[in-house]
Design a binder for this molecule. Structure first.
Ligand SMILES: Nc1ncnc2c1ncn2[C@@H]1O[C@H](COP(=O)(O)OP(=O)(O)OP(=O)(O)O)[C@@H](O)[C@H]1O
Length: 261
């Protein structure tokens, strides 16, 4: 489904601020894989997502989706097929537009100026009802009136309305209160499983990284240093994972947010 073949990215090359953020990253995902990613501060997790989403071109290597080489595909073209959620719930929706207008844009069928049919409206209501947040009764309200958790759930719905090639979740519940974060995670699990969406999720919560999905990557200094899946992952504890990281990298994990969580 997704193949990253030796991708590298160096910021500010040839200057004092040169930083190799991705160093020959190789990764192969099967359709429906749900991969969690944890790592040190500045390990390259967001840069990896930016590279896949096309926010910049990689310096070397290639990115293939279903065998199609998208290494040089423009970001706006990739964004039609790659859903992405950020930590900030204010990103991903248009606050001055209503829930219905946001969903119409995300659905993308019929064009923005095509009038919504009764069937479209009912579909939106049905999908909103699945979120169990009462949004189906607020469809004419501007999105700016929603809470962070409601906005994040709506963004998730919009990103997966036409199932994407890939879903990139960049700490998408980190800014929410624990109860809302749990709810958004539950919705994430359901939407991803129901549509078999190939998903990558960055988290600083190690427990969550082991519980969600079917595979966990650990990154450090621009490289994937651990790839835990299958039998090895079952029954693995956070301490086991930290010990494996230390044994592999030769030092402990230095992510203040992980250590504080
Ligand atoms: N646009 C940029 N210009 C220069 N340096 C950058 C840029 N983006 C990222 N970096 C650097 O690349 C390295 C990797 O950054 P990245 O944000 O991918 O790390 P991360 O694993 O997401 O970190 P964290 O968990 O701390 O958010 C860091 O040293 C960062 O400062």
């Amino acid at each position: 489904m997704l193949k990253l073949d030796h991708i590298s990215k160096t910021f500010n090359p040839g200057t004092l601020n040169e930083k190799k953020a991705l160093d020959q990253v190789d990764l192969h995902l099967e359709r429906g894989d749900f991969v969690t990613i944890v790592g040190s501060n500045g390990a390259g997790k967001s840069t990896l997502f930016n590279a896949i989403a096309g926010s910049f071109l990689v310096d070397s290597g290639c990115i293939l989706v279903d065998g199609q080489d998208i290494t040089f595909m423009a970001e706006h073209k990739r964004s039609k097929h790659i859903g992405r959620l950020f930590q900030d719930p204010m990103r991903g929706t248009a606050p001055h537009m209503t829930i219905e207008e946001n969903l119409t844009l995300a659905a993308g069928s019929g064009g923005w100026f095509a009038p919504l049919t009764q069937k479209d409206r009912q579909r939106f209501r049905d999908q909103l009802a699945l979120l169990d947040m009462g949004l189906e009764d607020r469809i004419k309200q501007p999105v700016g009136l929603l809470s962070g958790g409601q906005r994040q759930a709506l963004t998730l719905l919009m990103a997966t309305m036409n199932p994407p090639w890939l879903l990139l979740l960049d700490e998408h519940t980190a800014a929410l209160d624990p109860a809302t974060a749990e709810k958004v995670l539950k919705i994430t699990r359901e939407v991803v499983a129901e549509n078999r969406i190939t998903t990558l999720m960055v988290t600083h919560n190690m427990q969550q990284a082991l519980e969600l999905g079917n595979r966990t990557l650990m990154m450090d200094s621009g490289r994937v240093v651990l790839d835990i899946q299958g039998e090895e992952r079952k029954g693995m504890t956070v301490s086991d994972l930290l010990a494996r990281f230390k044994a592999g990298v030769g030092r402990g994990l230095d992510n203040d947010r992980i250590l504080l969580s």
